[in-house]
Design a protein around this ligand. Structure first.
Ligand SMILES: C[S@@+](CC[C@H](N)C(=O)[O-])C[C@H]1O[C@@H](n2cnc3c(N)ncnc32)[C@H](O)[C@@H]1O
Length: 916
């Protein structure tokens, strides 16, 4: 079940009379439990409760108790042995009058009257495997409203299929935006009389709802007509009670989709909610999912939490403003200057979605302004912060509309909070006609026109809030001396995932500006355009981005170019998981980067540790890898920078999968023709290496090719390879290799033994799971190899120092390291090693191998399982690191940051020497 379905089920359950016996089962059913599961719980088979309730293992312990005993019952549930044994996540007690629950790991609690429990359904979403951020749990109104609008939207599209077609979808979305405005207004006294909109629709609609669309249309028409003109256009009496709204929101066609009785019931249900509780930042993000066919029902899976938005806005400019406020104290002059400064701050989000970054920025600035007013004893003073200072570009029409609406609602709520309801109402209507959220492709628009940093553009008063893009940005802007902060969470897309349109966008922005731009992530375009904007103005930018632009080959391509233009990273939040309301909350890994051309102090923030605490550093410099080190870029090298043995690629079969087989196939082959055996060798890729489970390959060199041809089973396979390679008519290598179908493209092997390094490994391991293999073994291109290597090289590859270096400079695939010999090994800075150093490191490498052997037959995957490394192996690695790090700096490094700083420092010196 998705969150929308759960909300519906819980709301329906809340409407039923309380049944003390059935309630636990009904509750579980509402969270998606199937009838068979419930049946087993009813018969007691799986019910583990020791308190006469219902205990579902790994989920919840529910007890219905006697009246007045809810709190004590909740305590009993928490202390019950069965609760602990069954690893219940939640405890729930109710007597049908009161309702109390606790999420046992976080100790978060809910306590309310029974008939209000449905308001807390977000709290329990974990029961359905949906992990939620705290803000969602605490804002069930937004979840509920989205869920109900979602149902209404689906129902209306079902009843009005022509509105679902792409030509009318925009109109449908406008209609929804108008409805949201009406629901909000009828609960916040913007409309005179409680529930004026819902009640009017209800009263004036025919029983069969056949005229509901006309009723709503007439109300919309009234809101688009100034009071003085209403007689003339004959607005109906009951619609005349609605105010003139203007602002373009009700301009244009007032045609509405038709309503069945069901759709009307859904509409009334949305109206019953208390819209004063709307949270424009959260709600906006969620509601945009309603209009998106792929996301609908998921309640805005990609919801960005307020704390995450503040991770961008605080270091970008809010922290500094708060410091100024602190410093101003009660000094009236300083406070006045700060207020003036705030009123001229422009926030620009060029991929604004439903405007959540803008809304949060607006609300935070209003809060600071209010503090200024209070300190100056000017409480209740009208705000000087124009909404039009919060500018955005958004490609999706509905999101752009919601962004505008969310800002309007945020302004009203701030006015109510700081000026009082009466003043807020006076200020609110009619809405301004200015359009300051541009609907369009940010990569094809001129940002300076959308958000001109100073001066005035052509004053443009829109006829329609939804007017065409190219005219929207010409809003008057008196902003002499103001600052602009660019921020947001633009879309990411790796070079091999980009659509043709995105590739074309990239070409428009980056062609001729950045070399090798084709390898960059789509998000780089926003960084490039923001940098160009900042270069010309007094501006700073900060974006949430994929962490891939701070790794591997993208760093030299993007950051060298930005640094050369004079840009500096002034703050960064290194990689962290971006959690959201996703059913399977894998969470993507992102980083935040702030850059500018101004001279400002720097800050480096890092999340980590048990509670995801953030540590803050004041670095000298932040480079393109987001490390406090000189701005060097690590480019691929064909040979090692340090005095290290050569690391080669594994062997690529090159359209010759027939040369590789599993072990059973190999055994069968040998049984049938034992003469094949001498041509069979074990071969490892990344997976085979860490699971110690090689496949078998046919390995034939030029010298023994003739002999191999005598073996029929082999020649059959060679014939297949020849045929496949020959079919690759555009691939010269394949065609050439078709003449020698017995061989892999590469034929690297060791004489005695070799070090094998997997190409892909999970970042959750603490060390690279490197292995030593005998000379008979081979590796595919999914591994790298140091053939006939001295053993001390294993000590280096297996070290923490190498791990952090690879983590920083090589690319990643999701959360896996993607090892590269040219980027990771050949660039690895190592001091000159004396014979004694090599001897010591050899001993360390031997100890690691011996420690592993003690656990035979455990595989590398078992031994290096995150947090489960055997103690003797960890100890061997500790000694290895100790020995190696003493060679670098005479002591252990304090942490990975210090390791990286040293490595980058060495790298820049060593490459400078090479260049000299
Ligand atoms: C990751 S979302 C962030 C939106 C919002 N800040 C949030 O957290 O929900 C990226 C937004 O960029 C918009 N977008 C994608 N490509 C765009 C483009 N070329 N121009 C403008 N907006 C774009 C998407 O529609 C989406 O709303």
């Amino acid at each position: 079940m998705n969150a929308v379905e759960i909300e519906q089920a819980i709301s329906e359950l809340a409407e039923q009379p309380f049944d003390s016996v059935e309630f636990p089962f009904q509750f579980l059913q509402a969270f998606g439990n199937k009838e068979t599961t419930l049946k087993k719980l009813r018969t007691g088979n799986t019910n583990k409760s020791d308190l006469g309730g219902v205990l579902q293992a790994n989920n919840i312990h529910i007890v219905v108790c006697a009246e007045g005993e809810v709190s004590s019952t909740l305590e009993s549930i928490k202390n019950s042995l069965a609760t602990k044994k069954a690893k219940a996540k939640y405890a729930l007690a109710t007597d049908g009058v009161m309702f109390e629950a606790e999420e046992l790991s976080s100790e978060e609690q809910v306590a309310c009257e029974f008939d209000q429990f449905h308001d807390h359904f977000g709290f329990f979403l974990g029961l359905a495997g949906i992990s939620t951020v705290k803000a969602i749990r605490e804002n069930s109104f937004d979840v509920k409203a989205t869920s109900r609008l979602d149902r209404l939207y689906v129902q209306l599209l079902k009843e009005n299929p022509e509105w679902a077609a792409s030509e009318r979808r925009e109109e449908m979305n406008h209609f929804m935006a108008r409805l949201i405005f009406c629901f909000f207004s009828e609960d916040t006294s913007i409309f005179a009389g409680d529930d004026l909109f819902t009640n009017t629709v209800n009263q004036m609609s025919e029983r069969d709802s056949s005229n509901t669309h006309d009723v709503i249309g007439e109300i919309f028409r009234a809101m688009n007509t100034p009071i003085a003109e209403r007689n003339e256009v004959e607005i109906t009496r009951w619609a005349d009670r609605f105010p003139y709204v203007n602002g373009g929101l009700f301009a244009g066609s007032t045609e509405c989709p038709k309503f069945s009785k069901i759709a009307k019931a859904y509409l009334l249900k949305v109206g019953q909610l208390d819209w004063t509780k709307i949270n424009p930042d959260i709600f906006g993000s969620m509601i945009q999912a309603v209009a998106d066919d792929e996301e609908r029902g998921e309640l805005g899976m990609h919801y960005t939490s307020v704390p995450n938005i503040l991770k961008v806005l605080n270091p970008l400019f809010l922290d500094e403003l708060r410091e100024s406020l602190e410093e101003a104290g009660d000094n009236a002059r300083k406070l006045l200057n700060l207020r003036k400064r705030i009123s001229k701050i422009r926030v620009f989000d060029p991929a604004c979605g439903s405007g959540n970054f803008l809304v949060i920025a607006y609300k935070e600035l209003r809060q600071i302004e209010n503090e200024v007013n209070e300190r100056r004893e000017e409480n209740g003073r009208k705000s000087e912060i124009p909404l039009t200072n919060f500018r955005g570009i958004e490609i999706r029409g509905f999101s752009a509309e919601i962004a505008r609406l969310a800002l309007i609602i945020a302004e009203y709520q701030c006015d109510v909070e700081y000026l009082g309801q009466k003043e807020a109402l006076i200020e609110f209507l009619p809405l301004s006609s200015e359009n300051w959220i541009t609907c369009g492709n940010a990569l094809r628009l001129d940002w300076l026109s959308v958000c001109p940093p100073t001066g005035t553009g052509v004053k443009h008063v829109a006829e329609d809030l939804f007017e065409e893009t190219h005219e929207q940005f010409e809003v008057d802007f008196e902003n002499e001396g103001g600052e602009t902060f660019i921020c947001g969470n633009p879309p990411f897309s790796g070079y091999n995932k980009q659509t043709p349109e995105q590739k074309a966008d990239m070409a428009i922005v980056l062609e001729g500006k950045i070399q090798r731009w084709g390898k960059l992530d789509y998000v780089s375009c926003w960084l490039y355009l923001a940098a160009s904007y900042c270069q010309k103005n007094r501006s700073k930018s900060a974006f949430v981005t994929t962490n891939s632009i701070f790794q591997g080959t993208q760093v030299p391509i993007l950051w060298d170019s930005l640094f050369q233009s004079g840009a500096k990273i002034f703050f960064a939040h290194t990689s962290f998981k971006w959690r959201n309301l996703a059913a399977h909350n894998a969470g993507i890994t992102v980083a935040i980067v702030g850059f500018t051309y101004e001279k400002v102090s720097k800050r480096l923030l890092m999340s980590g540790g048990k509670n995801d605490t953030v540590t803050v550093q004041a670095p000298k410099n932040i480079n393109g890898y987001l490390i406090d080190a000189p701005s060097v870029s690590i480019d691929q090298r064909s040979s090692p920078l340090s005095d290290l043995p050569k690391m080669s690629f594994g062997n690529h079969p090159y359209f010759a999968s027939q040369l590789i087989m599993n072990r059973d196939e190999a055994k069968a082959m040998v049984r049938e023709d034992p003469s094949c055996e001498e041509f069979l060798r074990p071969i490892y890729g990344s997976k085979e290496l860490v699971t110690s489970n090689p496949r078998i390959c046919i390995w034939v060199t030029e010298t023994d090719a003739e002999k191999a041809m005598d073996c029929k089973l082999l020649t059959e396979r060679f014939a297949e390879v020849k045929s496949i390679r020959s079919s690759k008519i555009k691939d010269k290598t394949a065609l050439k290799l078709a003449e020698k179908p017995f061989r892999f493209r590469d034929q690297f092997e060791a004489t005695t033994s070799f070090i094998a390094v997997p190409q892909v490994t999970s970042e959750n391991r603490e060390f690279l799971p490197v292995s030593i293999l005998g000379g008979a073994s081979l590796v595919t291109f999914k591994c790298f190899a140091i053939y006939d290597s001295p053993l001390w090289a294993l000590s280096l590859v297996a070290s923490r120092l190498h791990w952090v270096w690879v983590g920083a400079v090589c690319a990643r695939m999701r959360t896996d390291f993607s090892y590269s010999n040219t980027l990771g090994w050949n660039t690895f800075p190592v001091p000159t090693l004396t014979d004694k150093n090599k001897k010591d490191l050899t001993r360390c490498a031997e100890n690691i191998l011996l420690a592993r052997e003690a656990h035979f037959p455990a595989t590398i995957a078992d031994l290096y399982y995150p947090n489960k490394m055997p103690e003797n192996l960890r100890q061997a690695h500790e000694e290895n690191d100790e020995t190696l790090e003493r060679i670098y700096i005479g002591r252990r490094f304090r942490n990975d940051t210090e390791r990286l700083e040293k490595l980058f420092d060495m790298y820049s010196k060593m490459t400078a020497n090479t260049a000299a």
